[in-house]
Design a protein around this ligand. Sequence first.
Ligand code: TRH
Length: 384
Amino acid sequence: VVDNYGDIGVVYRFARAFRHAHPETRIRVFIDNLVTFNAINCCIDTTKTVQEHESIIYINTSSLDETLLDTLGTADVIIEAFACFPPDKYMKRAFYDSTLLINLEHLSAEPWVEEYHCKESLLPEGTLRKFYFMPGFTKNTGGLLLDTICSPNTCTDAEKIQQINALLPGDYSIEPCDNMLVGTVFTYRRGMLRLIQDCLSIGTPVCLLVFGEKSIESIRYAVQDYTTMSEKPHRLVIQNCTIITMPFLSQITYDTLLTYTDFNIVRGEDSLVRAILAGKPFIWNAYLQDNQYHLVKVRALCEMMKAWFHDLSEYKLYNELLIEFNRAQEESINQSTSESYSSFLHNLKKNEQIFREISYFMTQNCDLVKNITNFIREYPNSIG
Ligand code: TRH
């Protein structure tokens, strides 16, 4: 776990999805930070060196020694996430005993991803061979971690609030209200004043469910000069806008929630994919990179989505929103930003079909577990 929640988020999701597709396989996950894991799945015991959960064995690498390694042995196939090698002690054996090492890379919509997909990466010793596996949004990439939860649903407005409330802890439920727009906000630290201003000016009731310490800090800073009504510390009301600062939910609950809300503001890679599969209009806050390289990733994502927009002026507005949303060079809660949410918020219902179609395409064509299974099954023929 390098930072945040996405590293374990992706690994946990992959292990679960692979296990679900292949109940006959033995899966062991090596992880160095159980506290972060516990935040997205409270069943994980942070004190245990080895534990089994949902038929997957989790091993805390900080307590990994030669005796434990003797018991565990090496695997035929090793999947490393984001180029993080398994511990040296393990690799010393694996270089000679294991068959295939797959580096499951970061997700990007950039075109070069297709070229790198399944390319070999040389190892310093042994008989083991290593290959890049590039997740992506096209048939020629590794695809996305799909699951059964994140598919678009078609419930009515009244059902929507009911379904959302069933997912939230009791104290955090939404007061039902006609025509209310509900959105989730899970971002890095950033200026949020424009979001609040645009939510206030659309007229209809809006409810923002705000997740993670970075977003909560940012939103609290943005509303400090407004007169707010607040019966509870985690619930603020400013005119037509209700803001609920949320505790972290389990990954499965968070995924499900995104399918019921009207829009989602997400960050990192894993929640981006959940937002896409949920089939609801979304805004992506990319992980900030040196020299604003993250803007290249945002542009590539927009370019990938362009084909689904029939109205190019609509696309231009959406593209502009995503670029401006990600323009900042650093994370800061007091930055002034210049994006406009107006068209995004006004056209949520009208544009939902676009996002549904993107979700449908990904579900039909970009199944990462299926693709990695084929790669492993057909190895070494799969390397061409
Ligand atoms: O937390 P992230 O910012 O994680 C990271 C970083 O971008 C990191 O550098 C990158 O390497 C990694 O992603 C892949 O954002 P992300 O990716 O969206 O991960 C958040 C995870 O947290 C995701 O699995 C969903 C989960 N989550 C919950 O389980 N409960 C919650 O309440 C929320 C808000 C999220």
